[in-house]
Design a protein around this ligand. Structure first.
Ligand SMILES: CC(C)(COP(=O)(O)OP(=O)(O)OC[C@H]1O[C@@H](n2cnc3c(N)ncnc32)[C@H](O)[C@@H]1OP(=O)(O)O)[C@@H](O)C(=O)NCCC(=O)NCCS
Length: 182
């Protein structure tokens, strides 16, 4: 497993954008990682151009990575700093996101290995803490983050619409403390 997992930077090609678009439009998972402010907003289907524009880094400290398993693109993850929606606005607090878009990649520990890699990369980029947001109904992601040492710090209410009502976001924080990266 570990040997067959690799990471690369997301390119600005339409080929990468098409894969991300497939995941953003996949009804099995889209409600788990995209914010839908209203019931009606669920009807929106993304185009690769929209996704490409969204993924363009807003500054040089943002990084987007592709997760590859056996050479196939199975997920994406990113970190950024001082993003407007973050509760902790400080230059050493990173924001994380992760999506395993291909169903066969989920539930095998790839998410954990990918998060550990992202933590390492973010620390190299200057992160001392990480803030992450997870919808309250996303039990698998909550379980993963808890087991990696993330602790709940806030619950912004009525954050996203799913399954007939609005749900809170759970904000979690991990403090790396004094970590030696040598
Ligand atoms: C969330 C996601 C990144 C998790 O990665 P994964 O590789 O599928 O994670 P795993 O199934 O191996 O589970 C990791 C941990 O989560 C926990 N977990 C898994 N399923 C769970 C569930 N249904 N309830 C509670 N905890 C659960 C366990 O603690 C598990 O650790 P373990 O290895 O000790 O059992 C991935 O499933 C994914 O991308 N899902 C779709 C999009 C998404 O939800 N992204 C996150 C948005 S915040």
């Amino acid at each position: 497993m570990v040997e067959s997992l690799s990471f690369r930077d997301l390119s600005d090609s339409l080929a990468d954008a098409r894969v991300l678009t497939k995941w953003a439009n996949d009804p099995e998972i889209r409600y788990l990682f995209r914010v839908f402010p209203t019931e009606e907003s669920h009807a929106h289907l993304y185009t690769p151009e929209e996704i490409l524009a969204e993924k363009t880094p807003s500054n040089h400290r943002e990084r987007r990575l592709v997760i590859e398993w056996d050479g196939q693109m199975v997920g994406e993850m990113s970190f950024g700093f001082a993003l407007p929606h973050m509760i902790h606005q400080a230059p050493d607090v990173a924001w994380f996101s992760i999506v395993l878009g291909e169903p066969e990649a989920r539930g095998r520990g790839i998410g954990r290995l990918a998060m550990l890699h992202l933590e390492q990369e973010a620390q190299r980029a200057g992160a001392r803490k990480v803030e992450i947001g997870v919808f309250e109904f996303n039990a698998r992601a909550l379980g993963l983050y808890q087991s990696l040492g993330y602790k709940e710090i806030a619950r912004p209410p009525a954050f996203t619409y799913w399954n007939g009502r609005k749900w809170s976001d759970v904000r979690m924080l991990k403090d790396f403390g004094a970590v030696d990266l040598a």
